[in-house]
Design a protein around this ligand. Structure first.
Ligand code: KIV
Length: 270
């Protein structure tokens, strides 16, 4: 009888190794215990307990209404059953406006929510906050390009970095966050060619959403890739349930498509 093998937990070092070896990182958002088990069973490497939960679980129009209590509750549900995937948890809107506030809330997400890493939105302007967290040994994921928490300032959910100045700003954001000590970067809704430049320019792994195929990994909002989000489907989303017919098969197909580089295709990229 063959010995059962349990995959060892994904760590920052594993993500770095995957980037170095060109092995794609499969990431999905996750907010509860049942999906934690299903996603880990399908081989998802990385969970983002995202503040997108404010829209897909709570019915808000944006992520702005999400609270620390929401994030701690959902992160803890995921942590209770998580065994393998690395868990990144979002710091919600206005929970990291100062260094001390960011440190206190990041520590709470780790202590009460079982986060392995916290994520915050913003580039160069957030470098000081990222540096403060990193100095206190808190792993940090930056999030640049489209910043959903800034939707009212941006005037909508639009592709960022399309012109030369915008592209230079995204590149500068990535470099500033890496220099400040960020361990991972989410690139949201930027042209594929710019995401490829960012991914080559930094040593930390990049995870794309609407950022083309050259990122080190891919993430989608779980409910979007299952086709159950009622709003209009953005160009970068593929409904994996439609072609597989079951939730476990859809998640398996997503992981395979990310790993073999067939998702995202040009039809999902800007
Ligand atoms: O809130 C979220 O779910 C996210 C990911 C989609 C990157 O930030």
């Amino acid at each position: 009888m063959g010995a059962e093998t349990t995959p060892s937990p994904v760590s920052l070092a594993s993500l770095q190794r995957m980037k170095a070896q060109g092995e794609k990182i499969a990431c999905l958002t996750c907010y509860d215990a049942s999906f934690t088990r299903l996603l880990e069973g399908a081989g998802v490497d990385l969970f983002i307990v995202g503040d997108s939960l404010g829209m897909v679980l709570k019915g808000h129009e944006s992520t702005v209404a999400v609270t620390m209590a929401d994030m701690v509750y959902h992160a803890a549900n995921v942590a209770r059953c998580g065994r393998h995937a690395l868990r990144v948890v979002d710091l919600p809107f206005m929970s990291y406006a100062s260094r001390d506030q960011a440190l206190g809330n990041a520590a709470r997400l780790m202590r009460e929510g079982g986060a392995h890493m916290v994520k915050l939105e913003g580039g160069t302007a957030m470098a000081g906050i990222v540096e403060h967290l990193a100095r206190h040994t808190i792993p940090v994921c930056g999030h640049i390009g489209l910043l959903p928490q800034a939707v009212h300032k941006l005037g909508g959910y639009r592709v960022q970095g399309r012109d030369e100045a915008g592209a230079a700003a995204v590149l500068a954001d990535a470099r500033a966050l890496e220099a400040a000590g960020a361990d991972l970067l989410v690139l949201e809704c930027i042209p594929a060619e710019l995401a490829a430049r960012v991914t080559a320019a930094v040593n930390i792994p990049t995870i794309g959403i609407g950022a083309g195929p050259s990122c080190d990994g891919q993430v989608l909002v779980l409910y979007d890739m299952l086709g159950i989000t009622p709003s209009r489907r953005p160009k970068f989303v593929k409904d994996f349930l439609a072609e597989t017919g079951s939730v476990p098969a859809a998640i398996g197909a997503y992981v395979r498509a990310v790993k073999d580089g067939s998702f995202p295709g040009s039809e999902h990229s800007f």
